[in-house]
Design a protein around this ligand. Structure first.
Ligand code: UDP
Length: 237
């Protein structure tokens, strides 16, 4: 568990965004994983995910408040949350400014359609490569379509774990690109779902909003977070 904390990006969000913009400008390859307690718990059980998370080519940013608070408890100077949805939004903004090409894999077809409209209206200089929903049987085949586009930005929205593993499987076939698993962010960025109100984000209660909106998350959240807290307590002893 300590290895994961060690690996966390320690600088602030704005510095990270500037680095991201530079990666786009210089056409560097960049794989970002956004971490919350579930990420650490999954990695401690799943060898493939563990390897991916600790790969030196992967930048792991603290997405959830649970990770930020726990990092402070184990004396790591993490500056604050850097969320997947904020990163995705920055990538759209920079991609538009720099006239880069984007591909998306994941979320439902109606969400993809709505997102295509948003891209068109709000980010007219961003070139849209392929936008593929996340419900086809052969995701490797979907990725082959993305490889052909040679994109600068690849957002994969398939849920934590699956999205990162899929990127990891194919990233060596790309010469450039910023890759990130964004979970349910496309649902929000497309206007299909609402993000938590700003006041709740400020109060670090975004997680509570998501649980209230999708009560089926309670079990997953409870199990992972309780285990995570116990693991962190062991580290402090
Ligand atoms: N999803 C998908 N294909 C699947 C399963 C999920 O495209 O087979 C999408 C789903 O539509 C949603 C996203 O993956 O847009 C998962 O969002 P969630 O907020 O659950 O992600 P997490 O909490 O794991 O980050």
């Amino acid at each position: 568990m300590k290895k994961y904390f060690n690996k966390l990006y320690k600088k602030d969000a704005n510095t990270f965004y500037q680095e991201l913009k530079k990666s786009l400008e210089k056409e560097e390859k960049h794989f970002i994983v956004t971490a919350n307690p579930e990420t650490f718990m999954m990695a401690s059980k799943d060898k493939e995910f563990h390897k991916l998370l600790l790969d030196t080519n992967v930048t792991m940013v603290p997405d959830g408040i649970g990770i930020v608070k726990a990092a402070h408890k184990v004396k790591y100077d993490v500056k604050g949350r850097i969320t997947g949805i904020d990163i995705a939004e920055k990538l759209l903004e920079y991609g538009n400014e720099l006239e880069k090409t984007i591909c998306v894999l994941g979320s439902k077809q109606e969400v993809i359609d709505a997102f295509a409209n948003v891209l068109n209206k709000k980010y007219p200089n961003l070139n849209v490569g392929v936008l593929l929903n996340g419900y086809s049987k052969d995701k490797d085949k979907d990725f082959e379509k993305i490889i052909k586009v040679k994109p600068d930005i690849v957002l994969v929205a398939l849920g934590m774990g699956n999205q990162e593993k899929l990127i990891y499987k194919h990233i060596n076939k790309f010469d450039k690109g910023v890759f990130i698993g964004v979970g349910g962010s496309i649902d929000v960025l497309s206007g299909t779902k609402k993000r938590a109100p700003k006041i709740l984000i400020k109060l670090n209660l975004e997680w509570l909003y998501r649980i209230c909106k999708e009560p089926k998350r309670i079990k997953r959240f409870y199990e992972n977070n309780i285990k995570f807290i116990l693991r962190v307590k062991k580290l402090i002893k």
